[in-house]
Design a protein around this ligand. Structure first.
Ligand code: NAP
Length: 544
């Protein structure tokens, strides 16, 4: 039998030399010398050329030293320069052209339209954050003017602004090689906040990472930024990633990946002499609750839409609908029958990595042998290493009794929980761990059933959505892509949308600092055309 993993597939011609200078340490590009990180063609398991060298401890030290040195010069630049830098990164990513898409397709198995769309999202979020930076609202400027005549005590002059926390370590996601990787959401929001970034490249897409990393490095030079504002490291084991989180110069971590990986990094961050926050987005099964009136009116339509969301991207979305909750009855039976029909004709799909496929198969196998779980349907079996969609069912009692049924199976697998009545629905939701999303399918006749569940859902999830699925996360100002643990490490924040910038900011108050020494945006009545909360009232700059 041929071991396809030893057959080296060529990279698209001319993208990379044989020994690429893949470590981007500030302005310097050099080949890594500590072990090898190699891309795997997701569709075949074949090794992709070239090999990328891992970083040494000295490389890590150099990147962190440059990042620390860049903190003050970078944050001192005018906001306009920071915004233009983000836009330049976006332009440089577009300039890579089709090589980026071709390489990402090979490394991830994701189809062209999906990756082209993801490139648009990546560029779009860089431009969105450029707008956020220009607006200045993220600084949360506050001016409480002195009250020298106040009795019994006068009030000092108090002024507040947010400052960047310092260098941020970023671990990108395997399932978003562009929008949540080297120049993805975490990097973009950290740079927008004024923080230098050191990225640990994901080993599932090392070539894609280098192409994007070079685009960022070029933008640093194009815009005359301090070189340490961006570095990219590769890790042939675990020591560089872990050392990055442990490095005393790193002030915060952004991570998207597994619960095991995220919690390992949280422990390292908490054990440091100076602990730091880890913003890890990890596991979520994203409950979908089907209410009776909606089921009766359009159960089969909802079922088809559900299967479409479940199999999207081989189910490799953090907001994949992994759990369906509904009260027993004809409506639910109809939903399950229609979902089984729709799922049965779904083709098996290439998954991101052999490891993710193996984890998916193992999760599905565990459900299949659970005596309290029944198989509703499997998708079509495919040729070669592919993920085959799966839908299971169980009862509320069984779900409540077995924590294993609450675990995420990353991929196109979902579990329908049959409830005896509304109390079961509430009990099942109440037993869930923290989630990114909850999707409610309801009609007007369901409002009375939904209303009492909303406070519970607010405690459990970051985004409550109606008559739609969580897949397809809008990058905008009102988005929350976060939730209580373990969906994220810190449910007070989001990793998508402009509020993501708040993770990398810290407020500083200036009491009676002379005007000559205040930062420009806090001098006098506040910078013109920037939002300022003056004596408690939100105004724009010098305008009352
Ligand atoms: P992962 O294995 O956690 O890897 C994520 C990143 O962290 C990679 O760069 C990885 O390094 C690094 N890493 C992992 N464990 C580490 C450790 N103990 N010490 C230092 N670095 C560590 O996740 P993945 O492979 O990207 O995704 C697989 C799983 O993540 C899925 O099964 C799914 O459950 C989950 N996932 C969740 C979401 C979500 O949004 N909820 C999104 C994507 C994935 P290497 O590159 O060297 O492996």
């Amino acid at each position: 039998m041929t071991d396809t993993r030893t057959l080296a597939a060529p990279a698209p011609a001319g993208i990379f030399p044989a020994s690429p200078a893949n470590l981007l340490i500030g302005a310097t590009a050099k080949a890594g010398t500590s072990g090898v990180v190699r891309g795997i063609e997701a569709a075949t398991g074949a090794e992709l050329e070239p090999a990328f060298g891992g970083a040494t401890a000295a490389d890590l030290d150099a990147a962190c030293a440059l990042a620390a040195a860049a903190v003050d010069p970078y944050r001192a630049l005018p906001l306009e320069a920071r915004a233009a830098f983000l836009e330049k990164i976006a332009a440089n990513i577009l300039e890579i052209g089709d090589n980026l898409i071709v390489r990402a397709m090979a490394e991830t198995g994701l189809p062209r339209p999906r990756l082209e769309g993801e490139r648009g999202r990546t560029v779009g979020q860089l431009c969105l954050f450029a707008g956020v930076v220009r607006d200045g609202g993220f600084l949360d400027l506050r001016i409480d003017r002195s009250l020298p005549e106040r009795t019994p005590l006068p009030r000092s002059d108090l002024r507040l602004r947010n400052v960047p926390v310092g260098p941020v370590a970023v671990f990108g996601a395997s399932n978003f090689p562009l929008a949540f990787s080297v120049a993805g959401g975490d990097t973009t929001s950290a740079l927008a906040a004024g923080c230098p970034v050191v990225v640990k490249a994901h080993s599932a897409h090392p070539g894609t990472s280098l192409l994007v990393g070079e685009a960022v490095r070029k933008a640093v030079a194009d815009c005359g930024m301090p070189e340490g504002v961006f570095s990219l490291l590769y890790d042939s084991g675990r020591s560089i990633g872990q050392g990055l989180v442990a490095d005393p110069r790193i002030a915060a971590v952004g991570f998207t990946g597994s619960r095991g990986g995220g919690t390992a990094l949280m422990k390292i961050a908490a054990a440091r002499e100076v602990p730091i926050p880890v913003y890890a987005e990890m596991s979520s099964i994203n409950p979908v609750v089907l209410f009776p009136a909606a089921l009766a009116a359009r159960g089969a339509d909802i079922a088809r839409a559900f299967v479409g969301s479940l199999v999207l991207g081989a189910g490799q979305f953090c907001t994949n609908p992994g759990l369906v909750i509904a009260v027993e009855g004809e409506g639910l039976d109809g939903f399950i029958a229609a979902a089984a029909t729709a799922l049965g004709v779904q083709d098996a799909a290439t998954m991101l990595t052999p490891g993710i496929l193996a984890a998916y198969d193992s999760g599905v196998a565990k459900l299949a042998v659970n005596a309290a779980v029944g198989i509703v349907a499997r998708g079509a079996a495919g040729e070669g290493p592919k993920g085959q969609a799966a839908l299971f069912t169980t009862t509320a009692d069984a779900f409540l009794a077995d924590r294993a049924l609450h675990e995420e199976v990353f991929g196109a697998a979902s579990l329908v929980v049959r409830c005896a009545g509304p109390a079961d629905v509430e009990a099942v939701l109440g037993a869930l761990e923290g989630q990114l999303t909850a999707a409610l399918f309801m009609d007007a006749g369901d409002h009375d059933a939904v209303r009492p569940l909303l406070p519970l859902l607010e405690r459990k999830v970051g985004r409550i959505l109606v008559n739609g699925f969580g897949t397809g996360v809008e990058v905008c100002h009102a988005m929350v892509h976060g939730g209580p643990f373990p969906s994220t490490a810190d449910g007070r924040s989001t990793s998508v949308g402009s509020l993501a910038i708040a993770r990398f900011l810290r407020p500083v108050c200036y009491q009676d600092l002379p005007d000559a020494l205040l930062p420009p945006e806090l001098k006098g009545e506040g910078a013109p055309n920037m939002p300022v909360r003056r004596d408690g009232k939100l105004v724009r700059g010098s305008v009352e």
